[in-house]
Design a protein around this ligand. Structure first.
Ligand code: ATP
Ligand code: MG
Length: 182
């Protein structure tokens, strides 16, 4: 079977990914590890994993049916997961708009019988450094100037192995219709 590794994501605009990539490099200098390259910084909404290439059009259709309003994220904190040594950026305030989008996407994927990784608790995060070495609590001491991120669409991404990491190719973009505003 010919498969493709797929995920849905929010892709930050260039000014935001530039600021986050600068932050990632500074953090990696301080704590070690591998900073995420600017062009690969993203926020995963749903991870599908390996999908039969013949099913990709069904995945795109599910993305088109995921109806949610545009929203704004404020990226204002760092987090660290010890189990996989990931240092990430995220949001202090839970963003209702983001939650609605993730729920809409999950609903449509389930309706189309498309398998995905559905962690019960969705934690919005942008991976900044892999293999960072941080002491417990240390991450809470690092401040991040709040970065505003107006989100007006999401993407379906193909993840491929590449020299020194992964390469991501956007297969399809899905605008969030302003008409869906409440
Ligand atoms: P690598 O696995 O080579 O370190 P990566 O994790 O960036 O690279 P992928 O494994 O293709 O690339 O994952 C793509 C995105 O989906 C990443 O944001 C990753 O964190 C997320 N992801 C991967 N596996 C899962 C999973 N099982 N559940 C939820 N999200 C996942
Ligand atoms: Mg991975």
């Amino acid at each position: 079977m010919n498969t493709m590794r797929l995920f849905f994501a929010l892709w930050p605009p260039e000014d935001l990914s530039r600021a986050l990539a600068d932050g990632a490099e500074a953090l990696a200098r301080r704590f070690g590890g591998r900073p995420t390259r600017r062009e690969t910084i993203h926020l995963t909404l749903a991870f599908l994993g390996e999908v039969d290439a013949a099913c990709v059009s069904g995945v795109i259709d599910a993305g088109r049916r995921a109806y949610a309003a545009p929203f704004q994220l404020v990226v204002d904190r760092f987090g660290y997961w010890r189990h996989n040594d990931l240092l990430w950026a995220g949001c202090t305030e839970p963003a209702e708009g983001l939650r609605s989008l993730v729920m809409a996407l999950r609903r449509q994927l389930r309706a189309a019988s498309i398998a995905f990784d559905a962690a019960p608790r969705f934690v919005a995060h942008l991976t900044l450094v892999r293999k960072a070495r941080i002491v417990r609590g240390e991450v809470d001491m690092i401040s991040l100037e709040p970065l505003r991120w107006p989100c007006s669409g999401f993407v379906l991404v193909h993840s491929r192995p590449a020299a020194g990491g992964r390469e991501y190719a956007v297969l399809e973009s899905f605008p969030l219709p302003a008409a869906a505003r409440c």
